[in-house]
Write a protein of this length. Structure first.
Length: 226
């Protein structure tokens, strides 16, 4: 069976309560879910997170096909409560959530149950890693499934690939973008639209008030997978 998103969705349903119950528990219309299973359209990042939670598979595997299908299969997996309650191991950093790289790629932060091995010279105690999905950072070298190691202490500069969290309502949302400018209290961020008909991806920019930014951290390292 080819490793496609629709096949991973089918397998995820088989690991849970079947297609109907998975769609219902994830809050997705059955017809919409059925179209995804046929390869018609694609789920948003929040839909993938909901499906992964409902069916008990890892979001990394569901979104990209990389890594183990279940957390129990991952060597060295750390349960979230334990990771929160105990000091972080010196040799690892938390994977804080899923970053949807795209025009509508501001995601609701969701704790993940894994840690990633810390690069030897990444000394920042607040460093973390983010898994990228989507296509809008491919021109900047960030492929779907790449793991970005980010350091808040490093200081973001124009030209950096950055993970940005901004305040929205009572919570925060985040994304991976290219930092273009910091000017007059604004951040100017860049991404690329999805490719169409074999054409080159078109860039777009987004301006965010610096006062709305909760955290910004440049990506110091990238890995192909956990």
């Amino acid at each position: 069976m080819a490793d496609t998103l629709e096949n991973r969705l089918k397998l995820a349903c088989s690991q849970g309560d079947g297609v109907d119950e998975t769609a219902k528990k994830a809050g997705i219309a059955r017809r919409t879910f059925g179209n995804w299973l046929k390869g018609k359209g694609q789920p948003r990042s929040d839909d993938l997170v909901a499906i992964a939670k409902t069916s008990g598979v890892t979001i990394e595997w569901l979104a990209t096909g990389r890594g183990p299908m279940r957390e129990a299969e991952r060597v060295g997996a750390t349960p979230v409560p334990e990771a929160v309650q105990k000091p972080a191991p010196l040799g690892s950093v938390p994977v804080i959530g899923l970053a949807q790289c795209g025009l509508k790629g501001w995601y609701q932060e969701d704790a993940m149950t894994v840690r990633a091995g810390r690069p030897a010279d990444l000394a920042d105690p607040d460093a973390f890693a983010v898994i990228a999905i989507g296509t809008s950072m491919i021109p900047a070298g960030v492929e779907p499934g790449f793991l970005l190691f980010c350091s808040p202490a490093a200081g973001a500069e124009p030209g950096d690939r950055v993970f940005v969290e901004r305040r929205e309502g009572g919570g925060t949302v985040g994304s991976v973008k290219l930092l273009r400018k910091i000017e007059d209290g604004w951040l100017v961020l860049q991404g690329w639209l999805a490719p169409e008909d074999g054409q080159a991806q078109k860039p777009y920019t987004e301006r965010i008030k610096r006062s709305e930014v909760r955290r910004i951290a440049p990506a110091i390292y990238m890995k192909l997978k956990l």
